[in-house]
Design a protein around this ligand. Structure first.
Ligand SMILES: [Zn+2]
Ligand SMILES: [Zn+2]
Length: 226
């Protein structure tokens, strides 16, 4: 009798597991897609703020200072980029989805793949699909020195965020602009790269702040980055 009861319990556990396992994949998939969408949305707005605020632009402009954009530009970020991303993208994502540390680490790693792809110096275009997914051509527009491309195509993966929020620029078939800073500013040394935003912030705070402010105003009115 006791043996029968144990067997019945074991069987019911197996059935329960089967019932749960049936939903495991769709639930995990939905969570993964949801987290990817939200992560890209947060990334979009942080990136957009980095362009609209001259204080944040001072930190982000190093990424745009690459004149020959290629796959290594993926990692051409000022070191302050890591705490900014952790604070405004990773932490809110963790709060919303309660991801395990290992899952979170995997998600961060997985998101590096499209980042490598969009920085490729390869004339890959998605045509109409470019309004959904980012590709090397749409992201090259973001790095362009041309005024009509300034502050366009912020999304790192789902370009429909740009479409929804009015910042999408659909490139023409052979549109492949020069990249770098519209101001002509270049970065030629490691110490300058390390301290670049601090130098800009210091100049904004001291006697040149009026000049920096007018440059920032010019940027907004003419599309020329300071
Ligand atoms: Zn940018
Ligand atoms: Zn980029």
């Amino acid at each position: 009798m006791h043996l029968c009861l144990c067997s019945a319990r074991a069987l019911s556990r197996i059935h329960l597991f089967r019932d749960c396992s049936r939903w495991l994949l769709p639930v995990s998939l939905s969570l993964g897609i949801g987290a990817a969408l939200v992560r890209d949305l947060f990334g979009y707005w942080v990136h957009r703020l980095q362009h609209s605020s001259r204080w944040l632009w001072a930190q982000h402009e190093f990424h745009h200072s690459e004149e020959h954009m290629n796959v290594t530009t993926t990692w051409r970020h000022h070191w302050l980029e890591i705490p900014i991303q952790m604070l405004f993208v990773t932490a809110p994502l963790q709060l919303l989805f309660g991801l395990r540390p290992m899952t979170l680490a995997m998600a961060i790693l997985i998101f590096q793949v499209p980042s490598y792809f969009i920085h490729l110096n390869s004339r890959i275009r998605f045509g109409a699909l470019g309004m959904v997914f980012a590709c090397p051509q749409t992201h090259r527009i973001h790095h362009s020195v041309e005024a009509r491309h300034i502050d366009k195509n912020f999304a790192g993966f789902f370009t429909f965020w740009d479409v929804i929020f009015g910042t999408y620029y659909h490139p023409a078939k052979d549109e492949w602009p020069e990249t770098g800073l519209a101001s002509g500013k270049t970065v030629r040394s490691l110490p300058y790269a390390l301290f670049m935003p601090f130098i800009t912030w210091a100049s904004m705070l001291n006697h040149t702040s009026l000049h920096a402010a007018s440059n920032a105003a010019d940027y907004r009115s003419t599309g020329q980055r300071p």
